[in-house]
Design a protein around this ligand. Structure first.
Ligand code: COA
Length: 307
């Protein structure tokens, strides 16, 4: 009996976890430089998901992932011993909000498998990174495709970008129209559409930084893949960045995306394992297709000329 009482006295009850509202944010001890205003905005813009423990000041803040409100990104998890319990609570709130997926990206952090299991997260994808030294590998000239700078504010460009993107990328990685617009406005970003005749068959997105560049996106229409257009699009992306002063180009892709990895490696990209990172997720419901702005054109053969 005495032993039982001691054990009970030694048990620390978990702190109460409650919804985090914008009004609560000034009470948190934030550990990021962007600070209070940014967190207030984040909590207000994506309501009903963030949580905190008033007794310990631990908190979890979520944000839509890459302008995809149905994918909740665990943007901030405060350090503390109840972090997994807080994440589990936040995941429950995302489920109630109707989200499809809750995503955790571990770049610098390396949380334990025990943490992920307690939080309700499972490994989703491993991301591998590559780099190309432009001083050693000259970019090959493009041949068949004609590349044009793409502007998502133009309806025809946005439709082409979305159609190529949604038909080639898996659901998780698809860009919404809002993501394309926000991305194209970022400093140093160039979006290019590759045309075969008048038909857009590929697109690339790159960002130019001081002395280096990043390949953010590359996609080829699935029915035109395996004909060398990917290599042409990659060469165009690298040339564009080289023209903007890049001496090296970085990129990342999914570990199991063999097709893209072979393309990059054939081109001369080398692995940078130190920059690899992992995605964990809680899958909450079956994903729905992303909306397209215009009805898809009918995929009928063009009528034969009679003369
Ligand atoms: C990755 C991706 C851009 C490659 O595009 P692609 O047009 O198929 O690329 P290529 O045609 O240049 O090369 C692909 C294959 O076709 C082969 N190929 C190239 N030219 C060819 C030709 N004329 N005839 C037959 N095969 C050819 C290549 O050898 C290569 O074979 P491999 O995969 O066995 O190595 C495309 O698969 C894609 O859009 N994937 C979805 C989006 C994505 O995953 N993007 C990258 C992630 S960040």
């Amino acid at each position: 009996m005495i032993g039982e009482r001691r054990r009970l006295r030694g048990v620390v009850a978990p702190p109460a976890v409650v919804p985090l509202t914008p009004d609560d944010v000034p009470r948190l001890r934030l550990d990021r430089p962007s600070g209070e205003i940014a967190v207030v905005e984040q909590v207000a813009a994506y309501p009903g998901r963030a949580v905190w423990a008033p007794a310990t000041l631990e908190y979890v803040v979520l944000a839509p992932w890459r302008h995809r409100p149905e994918i909740a990104h665990l943007a901030e998890i405060s350090t503390g011993r109840h972090a997994a319990a807080l994440v589990a609570e936040a995941i429950g709130r995302c489920r109630a909000a109707g989200d499809a997926l809750v995503l955790l990206i571990e770049m610098d952090e390396r949380r334990s498998t025990g943490f992920h299991a307690r939080a309700g997260l499972a490994p989703l994808e491993q991301i591998v990174t590559y780099e190309l030294d432009l001083r050693q590998v000259p970019a090959a000239p493009t041949t068949r495709l004609r590349f044009e700078r793409a502007d998502p504010a133009r309806r025809d460009h946005l439709e082409a970008l979305l159609r190529l993107d949604h038909s080639s990328f898996p659901w998780l990685w698809r860009n919404s129209a809002a993501e394309f617009s926000a991305y194209a406005r970022l400093l140093g970003v160039r979006l290019l559409l590759g045309f075969d005749g008048a038909v857009p068959v590929a697109y690339v997105g790159v960002t130019s930084f001081a002395g280096w560049g990043h390949l953010d996106r590359i996609a080829v229409d699935p029915v035109r893949q395996g004909a060398g257009f990917g290599q042409e699009a990659l060469a165009q992306a690298v040339q564009t960045l080289a023209g903007l002063g890049a001496r090296r180009v970085g990129l990342s892709t999914q570990d199991d995306n063999g097709r893209s990895r072979r393309l990059y490696e054939r081109f001369g990209f080398r692995r940078l394992p130190d920059n690899d990172y992992a995605l964990f997720a809680a899958s909450l419901r079956a994903p729905a297709p992303l909306p397209l702005p215009l009805p898809l054109p009918l995929l009928l053969p063009s009528p034969k000329r009679s003369n």
